[in-house]
Unconditional design. Structure first.
Length: 239
């Protein structure tokens, strides 16, 4: 039988970087967690780390969120297992550096499919449940690039700017339903994504944010310490 006050949080991109750091912090707060991502071994590793220090329940949902059926299935599995979803953290994302003249249909569709459409599918799938619960919280992990794009982020920055825009719509429509919505827009964060694009000469370690610092802001949003930032962009600049 579910403890009545168990909080259920679905995190995409939970196998690494910001999503994983967020999962670890929420596990310490005894949330029931759904860890979503494409690579089962990364999710299993994150789940093992969480279960080692004891927490609420942890479920792995292997899914490519750029596929609408798989995104919906993650929400369906969450509801099947826990009967509710309190928080959706959209941390999954992809980034490629490409000069503008190298923009292709594939780059555009792949980037928007994960960074923009995926969160949209997940929010839409959670919405009926949020309405029934009369509560919910969405935290979108966008990027400083949506406002201040690094050269080469022509496509990535646009995909995140669309996510910023969706945050405003969700906040506007969700307010009447009791849904709280936030957008966290960090600069460079020390994660596998950053290091797949930039070496330490280009972006030294002492100029990056720790994924744990970004996760702390996400947790602050979830736990009600950033209420005045609902529907706004929370920029996290580099040190
Ligand atoms: P990361 O460690 O690469 O995490 C991204 C995660 O997303 C990976 O675990 C990846 O796992 C998952 N993912 C990618 N495509 C997916 C898909 N189609 N379906 C499901 N899962 C998918 O990088 P990160 O830096 O923590 O990124 C987290 C978020 O922060 C991203 O949205 C990114 O755009 C944003 N961000 C990062 C930085 C930075 O400097 N690192 C700065 C600003 C914003 P699988 O490959 O196993 O699916």
């Amino acid at each position: 039988m579910e403890p009545r006050n168990a909080i259920v949080t679905l995190i995409t991109g939970a196998g690494s970087g910001i999503g994983r750091a967020c999962a670890l912090q929420l596990a310490r707060r005894k949330h029931h967690l759904v860890l979503a991502g494409r690579t089962e071994s990364k999710l299993a590793d994150a789940a093992d780390e969480i279960l080692a220090f004891g927490s609420g329940e942890v479920m792995i949902a292997r899914a490519d969120i750029s596929d609408p059926a798989q995104a919906r299935s993650v929400v369906d599995q969450t509801l099947e297992r826990f009967g509710r979803v309190d928080n959706l953290v959209n941390a999954a994302g992809v980034a490629a550096l490409a000069p503008i003249e190298k923009t292709t249909k594939e780059l555009l569709s792949d980037t928007f499919a994960t960074n923009t459409f995926g969160p949209a599918y997940l929010i839409a799938a959670c919405w009926p449940r949020f309405r029934t619960q009369k509560s919910g919280c969405v935290v979108n992990v966008s990027s400083l690039a949506s406002q201040d794009p690094f050269p080469g982020f022509f496509v990535y920055a646009a995909s995140k700017a669309a996510l910023d825009s969706m945050t405003r719509s969700v906040a506007r429509e969700g307010a009447a339903l009791g849904v709280r919505t936030f957008c966290v827009n960090p600069g460079g964060v020390e994660t596998p994504m950053l290091r797949s694009l930039f070496n330490e000469k280009a972006i030294p370690k002492n100029q990056t944010l720790a994924p744990e610092a970004v996760a702390t802001v996400i947790v602050d949003c979830i736990e009600g310490r950033r209420e005045s930032d609902q529907g706004k962009i929370i920029v996290l600049s580099n040190p």
